[in-house]
Design a protein. Structure first.
Length: 57
C-alpha cells in the first residue's frame, strides 16, 4: 500500500514557519520534531537579539 504525500501528517517549523511533511526517518520521534532542518534547529535555539555567529575565515 503506497501513501500519498497529501495524506501524510504535517507540522509547521518553529523557526522559519514552513510546513514540514512526515518522514519515515522521523517515525519514532514525530511528536518531538520541531524544526525542518539543522539550520533552523540552530537558529531556533538562539535568543532574539543575540549576535549572528561569525563564519571562520
Amino acid at each position: 500500500m503506497k501513501h500519498r504525500k497529501g495524506d501524510l501528517p504535517t507540522k509547521t517549523c518553529a523557526a522559519c514557519g514552513r510546513p514540514m511533511v512526515w518522514r519515515k526517518k522521523w517515525a519514532k520521534v514525530w511528536d518531538a520534531v520541531r524544526y525542518c532542518s539543522e539550520r533552523c534547529r540552530r537558529e531556533g535555539r538562539r535568543k532574539p537579539g543575540d549576535p549572528q555567529p561569525r563564519a571562520a575565515d
